[in-house]
Design a protein around this ligand. Structure first.
Ligand code: G1P
Ligand code: ZN
Length: 544
């Protein structure tokens, strides 16, 4: 094995966002672009010599090419072992599990999550540390800084590795192991949930289900777990073949993109349970016959019922939610007298709390839920959690949700996204909102009096790090909130997200359409930020 040092020039745009570096495939295909970023990561880490690196991705276009490049660079940079998912595939939660289980030094996950794939679409790469979770901002800032001054990267002249044959081989100083991407994860799920009960509930016909893998990574995982192990009919998993372009769709589990599932779930033939996951398998959308469960409600319901699941039967140490996620889970924590933490958007902020044992469950409004079993959000885990809950409670999804609202009240919630807004317009919207903040407290709009208006700043209670500018929040005396923030995962222009919530304690008013129930606050949000006026749009691109 001959090590080659290649001269390179820095790119100035390799600043990781909410979840790693995401760019168009064409950007990643520029000479040295991927190599520069990977070398910047390797250069920023402590000694990597003889260490183990996990490698895999969601199978999107450029995945295999990128993996071969990274294998050669990892070998040249002195890693001792590479653990790679067969076919170059690993879902994000499975990669997190493998890093933890095999005590790897870290992992590189190749994915742009729910963004579309293909030659003209998106690619991404992120580094996870030894706890299995995404690298914190201290790391990502170091990667970026290094990328701005990089002058060379290291690679080797070895042949491409056969990614499809399971087994190990030694090449020079590096051992390369190709593993089954599913089996460790399936084993982990069996250690958390009551598979015996699930099998019975499925075989007896009490639970009927549909899972939409959206032509992305969870297909093989769902087939193995739901069909092969739990015995669901094979038609229960649709779009199960991972495709490089996700069949031309957005692998984003919401009612708009998982339309095949949505149509069935809101029909007379709906099964008891329906769910979808995203490109890399960390997101989940939960539905039941004729009901959609918002991710914020799902987190609260899982927290309130966790004691019914084998792995959480002793109770939860605490819970956490990202700031824009509704306050539904806060009410559960208050009732059970456990701590509830509010973190900035992005899974990396949960890692320290999970490692310190401060929280057991956590989640985000963006279809992300997870627990201390790995250090990523986990789509299929959430699906199995719900199935286990339905099996134990012997209630349909709608009854579980309505019971929850009855007990805790309902946090009516929605998010409006304005995508691909010209960056200068988006920036001026945020700047102008910022300017209004000092004037808002005390002002009354209809029945809403502003209690506080600020920009969310987070101090990590474990390592003391501070993350500023994490979204603009306007909170009202009655607990309602409007939150504005710019996405950190998009690849075209800027995406403005507006999050709106209102608490409804009255059970007679729980069955309202969120857009109608929140109409006043939706209008107020426009009055404050003028996104429609400034962009000439008449409605958001996506409503969730
Ligand atoms: C989005 C979600 C965020 C999630 C991230 C990665 O980030 O809002 O909750 O952690 O994707 O899946 P954003 O584009 O808002 O920065
Ligand atoms: Zn994802």
């Amino acid at each position: 094995m001959q090590i080659e040092t290649i001269t390179t020039t820095p790119y100035n745009d390799q600043n990781p966002g909410t979840s790693g570096l995401r760019k168009k495939v064409k950007v990643f295909q520029q000479p040295g672009y991927l190599e520069n970023f990977v070398q910047s990561i390797f250069d920023s880490l402590e000694d990597i010599t003889h260490k183990t690196l996990v490698l895999g991705g969601d199978g999107r276009y450029f995945n295999r090419v990128a993996i071969q490049i990274i294998i050669k660079m990892a070998a040249a940079n002195g890693f001792g072992e590479l653990i790679i998912g067969q076919g170059g595939l690993l879902s994000t939660p499975a990669a997190s599990n493998i890093i933890r289980k095999y005590q790897a030094f870290g992992g590189l996950i190749l994915s742009a999550s729910h963004n579309p794939g293909g030659p003209d679409e998106d690619f991404g790469i992120k580094y996870n540390v030894s706890n299995g979770g995404p690298a914190s901002e201290t790391y990502t800032e170091a990667f970026y800084k290094r990328s701005l001054s990089i002058t060379e990267y290291k690679t080797t002249n070895i042949q491409d590795i056969d990614l499809d044959s399971i087994g190990s081989q030694q090449i020079g100083n590096i051992k390369i192991t190709i593993i089954d991407p599913v089996s460790d994860y399936a084993e982990l799920m069996q250690s958390i949930f009551d598979f015996k009960l699930l099998k019975q509930s499925i075989s007896s016909g009490y639970i009927t289900l549909l899972f939409d893998a959206m032509s992305a990574i969870t297909g093989p995982y769902a087939k193995r777990i739901l069909v092969d192990i739990l015995g669901a009919p094979s038609e229960s998993v649709i779009n199960a073949e991972p495709l490089e372009d996700f069949g031309g769709h957005h692998p984003d589990p919401n009612l708009a993109h998982a339309h095949e599932l949505a149509e069935l779930m809101f029909s007379d033939n709906a099964p008891v349970f329906g769910a979808a996951s995203d490109g890399d398998g960390d997101r989940n959308m939960i539905t039941g016959s004729n009901i959609f469960v918002t991710p914020s409600d799902s987190l609260a319901i899982l927290a309130a019922n966790a004691h019914l699941i084998p792995a959480y039967s002793k109770g939860l140490s605490g819970v956490a939610r990202s700031m824009p996620t509704s306050q539904a889970v806060d009410r559960v924590a208050a009732k059970y007298n456990i701590p509830c933490y509010e973190t900035p958007t992005g899974w990396k902020f949960f890692g320290n709390l999970l490692d310190a044992g401060k929280i057991t469950l956590c989640g985000e409004e963006s279809f992300g839920t997870g627990s201390d079993h790995v250090r990523e959000k986990d789509g299929l885990w959430a699906v199995l959690f719900w199935l286990n809950l339905i099996a134990v409670r012997r209630q349909p999804v709608a009854d579980i949700v309505h019971d929850h609202w009855q007990k805790f009240g309902r946090d009516i919630y929605c998010r409006h996204d304005y995508e691909a807004v010209e960056t200068p317009i988006a920036n001026s919207i945020v700047e102008d909102l910022r300017k209004q903040l000092p004037t808002l407290p005390g002002q009354t709009f209809g029945e809403y009096t502003v209690k506080y208006a600020d920009e969310f700043c987070y101090e990590d209670s474990i390592d003391g790090s501070i993350s500023k500018n994490q979204g603009i929040r306007i909170g009202f005396e009655n607990g309602s909130r409007i939150v504005f923030r710019l996405s950190g995962t998009g690849t075209v222009g800027a995406t403005l997200r507006i999050y709106i919530e209102r608490f409804e304690p009255d059970a007679d008013k729980h069955n309202q359409d969120a857009q109608i129930a929140l109409a006043f606050l939706i209008d107020l949000a426009e009055q404050l930020c003028e996104v429609k006026k400034r962009t000439g749009r008449t409605e958001p691109d996506v409503i969730t």
